[in-house]
Write a protein that binds this ligand. Structure first.
Ligand code: PMP
Length: 410
């Protein structure tokens, strides 16, 4: 049985109809849909418990704390980390801000990043230090020579993106990290928001210092991000927020911080969503990795193939199928804004796809010259949906017609 048929039924949102017609959800890089087991875990917490964690000694609070901590352990095991190295944040953005602010760098500290960084990786480092970005080629692959050159400046931090949310390119981060380790003693921070939903990562084997991702992009509820940090480095990190839940003792003269990871989790967290995140990890771990990989290859082949054969469409990113996820970005030669095309694809055909700069504006401007349409698949999508998407897009583009040549006057 193929992956798509065995699992589609687990996702109730896929049964959604708009104006009596089925829909196709192809905006998975923004966030994924949730399986029944995740929705049930969230609902069950509210129906049977609903208490706060880590504060009370009463039965409900202890139960809620246990379920919350069980999710942390599941996430830690998934990464090959210890539970005390897993900080639960609101999202990847908060996790990256926590590292960038928490390292307390000198404002002049030299940081190396990459041109394809999401704004959530680029802006925190630009605020924290002096950021230099590694160039990419016309397909969005890193310029390895330029990367080496930047490393020669002995950065304090190297902030890598594992997989671009614009091109779908998965960078050879193991090789990059080996190069960083041999050239510098920089702290290595990896944005795994788009890679971890598609592949297992063992933080020890990869030898990263910090790794950030969002549970909502891998079947979990919104409101939960994860920051893995090597214990030694977490111990020196300054918390982003201070307040209740992160201290052991407070008197009029000062306070005593709790140990990691709790010192980074001030305030009441997204308890239900964290519990649901544990269910998401369980769901993903029960899938056959080989079948998933083959299915993703088929989806990627359909996505790239459609882009290469559709008139008025330019693929932004490489045409090769190796080292990429099931995501393509398209630059359209069409007489209306790309956002209008996305709206028409949704309202007239039922295809939910993304338009704009994808929170990676410097990269999108550099590679595409303007807004793009992004189509991103996940394990419950089918090749037939991709084929249908391109049929709809081709029909729409042929109705609207190409953009007027620059300088053309009516
Ligand atoms: N990094 C990458 C590569 C992403 O794709 C995203 C989400 N689009 C983020 C960071 C930010 O994730 P979040 O919005 O969950 O903070």
């Amino acid at each position: 049985m193929s992956v798509q048929h065995s699992h589609r039924d687990d996702f109730p949102a896929l049964r959604r109809k708009i104006d009596g017609e089925g829909i196709s959800y192809l905006d998975n890089a923004a966030t994924t849909l949730k399986p029944d087991s995740v929705i049930r875990a969230v609902t069950e917490y509210y129906e049977t418990n609903g208490a706060n964690i880590h504060r009370g000694k009463h039965r409900l609070s202890e139960e809620a704390s246990d379920s919350y901590e069980a999710s942390r352990v599941l996430i830690a095991n998934h990464l090959g980390a210890s539970a005390n190295e897993v900080v639960l944040t609101r999202n990847t953005t908060e996790a990256l801000n926590l590292v960038a602010q928490g390292l307390d760098l000198d404002p002049d500290a030299y940081v190396v990043g990459c041109m394809d960084a999401h704004h959530s990786q680029m802006l925190p480092w630009r605020r924290a230090g002096r950021l230099a970005l590694t160039r990419v080629d016309a397909d969005g692959r890193l310029d390895r020579e330029h990367f080496r050159e930047l490393l020669r400046g002995r950065p304090k931090v190297v902030a890598l993106t594992h997989c671009s949310n614009v091109t779908g390119v998965v960078h050879p981060v193991a090789e990059l990290i080996a190069e960083i380790r041999s050239a510098t003693d920089a702290v290595v921070v990896l944005d795994a928001a788009q890679s971890l939903p598609h592949q297992r990562i063992n933080v020890r084997e990869l030898d990263v210092d910090f790794l950030a991702f969002s549970m909502h992009k891998m079947l979990g509820p919104t409101g939960v991000g994860v920051l893995f940090g090597r214990s030694r480095l977490l111990a020196g990190l300054r918390p982003l927020a201070v307040g209740g839940g992160m201290v052991d003792w407070v008197d009029l003269d000062g306070s005593v911080d709790r140990r990691t990871p709790y010192v980074f989790e001030a305030g009441t967290p997204a308890i239900a969503s964290v519990i649901g995140s544990g269910a998401a990890v369980r769901y993903l771990e029960a899938l056959d990795p080989g079948a998933l990989h083959r299915h993703e290859r088929d989806l990627a082949a359909a996505l790239v193939g459609g882009a290469l054969t559709s008139p008025g469409v330019r693929l932004v990113g490489p045409a090769e199928l190796t080292d990429r996820i099931g995501l393509v970005s398209l630059r359209l030669d069409v007489g209306v804004p790309t956002g209008d095309v996305a709206r028409m694809l949704s309202d007239s055909y039922g295809y939910m796809v993304r338009s704009g700069h994808m929170c990676s504006q410097p990269l999108v401007t550099g590679l595409a010259g303007g807004e793009i349409l992004r189509v991103s698949a996940y394990l419950y999508n089918e090749v037939a949906e991709i084929t249908g998407f391109y049929e709809a897009l081709n029909e729409l583009l042929s109705c609207i017609g190409p953009a007027a040549p620059v300088g053309a006057r009516r």
